[in-house]
Design a protein around this ligand. Structure first.
Ligand code: THU
Length: 129
């Protein structure tokens, strides 16, 4: 699936974001190696620190459905600046997809592409015993 199509799927999910505190809506669409797409939105909480980012919501949906191999992620907001994944989300993405391609876009623009490895060089890795 092309990046623009994945961005379109993320944009479709944007109205589902629950962000009454920040007013900043984020949606993510995660493409699996098998071609399946899992979406996620940010889900805020009145106890602010419990809020969940859209990217991690998408990862949780995919992993909960048995999918762990990801090739591409699209993230969108309606804001002016493209929504680069926060540091916590970068680390969570690196757990499953160190070679992930990420496209971020605001409003109607085409989007900017990054590699996860350039956004999070030297990610923490713990070798399971
Ligand atoms: N947020 C995301 O969904 N993804 C990110 O990578 C950064 C921030 C959300 C969390 C919170 O609901 C809102 O954006 C403002 O921080």
């Amino acid at each position: 699936m092309e990046a623009q199509e994945l961005l379109g799927l993320a944009r479709k999910s944007l109205p589902l974001a629950y962000a009454p505190y920040s007013g900043y809506h984020v949606a993510a669409a995660l493409l699996t190696e098998a071609g399946e797409v899992f979406t996620g939105v940010n889900v805020e909480n009145s106890s602010y620190g419990l809020s969940i980012c859209a990217e991690r919501a998408a990862v949780a949906a995919a992993v909960g459905a048995g999918q762990r191999k990801f090739t591409r992620l699209a993230v969108v907001t309606e804001g002016d600046a493209p929504p680069l994944p926060c540091g916590a989300c970068r680390q969570v993405l690196a757990e499953f997809a160190p070679n992930l391609h990420i496209i971020v876009a605001s409003r109607e623009e085409e989007g900017q592409s990054y590699l996860l490895a350039e956004l999070l060089p030297h990610a923490f890795v713990l070798r399971a015993k």
